[in-house]
Design a protein around this ligand. Structure first.
Ligand code: ZN
Length: 147
């Protein structure tokens, strides 16, 4: 278990240091996400092609958990359909809330955030980008605030 925890730590450190899709996409839908408790603040850029996420990016600043989570999210949902991305959101949300019965090892990169449920103050950091994506997929325009 210690090895797995180390691996998860590595995933988070790596995605924090070298965030994937960390860029603005011109002419994309954009939605702002803000977590006042921690100060995490991101813009998520979403470009749909019909029902498929053709491109996704994000920019902004925040703690390691929030940034790594946003990075993993963009890497996972790019090229996926809207229902697939929504299913990922539900899986991720349930996992960090401690409501998932799935084995974190079956969740790939997402599993790296399974330990967050033990730190209630960090749950909002981890779900911020995912909530922002989910709202963007539902055509919402208001700033996403985790409160
Ligand atoms: Zn945070």
């Amino acid at each position: 278990m210690a090895d797995l925890r180390e691996l998860y730590q590595q995933v988070i450190l790596d995605h924090n240091k070298n965030p994937r899709n960390f860029r603005k996409i011109e002419s994309a839908e954009e939605l702002e996400g803000f977590n006042p408790l921690c100060g995490d603040h991101y813009m998520v850029y979403l470009q749909m092609d019909g029902d498929v996420i053709r491109d996704i990016g994000f920019q902004g600043a925040g703690c390691a958990i929030s940034k790594a989570s946003a990075s993993v999210m963009t890497a996972m949902v790019k090229g996926k359909s809207r229902p697939e991305a929504e299913a990922f959101f539900t899986t991720f949300h349930d996992m960090v809330m401690g409501e998932s019965k799935l084995d974190p090892e079956s969740l790939g990169r997402m599993g790296a955030f399974s330990g967050v449920k033990e730190f209630p103050s960090r749950i909002k950091c981890a779900v911020l980008a995912w909530h922002t994506l989910n709202n963007a997929l539902h055509g919402q325009k208001e700033v996403v605030k985790t409160e």
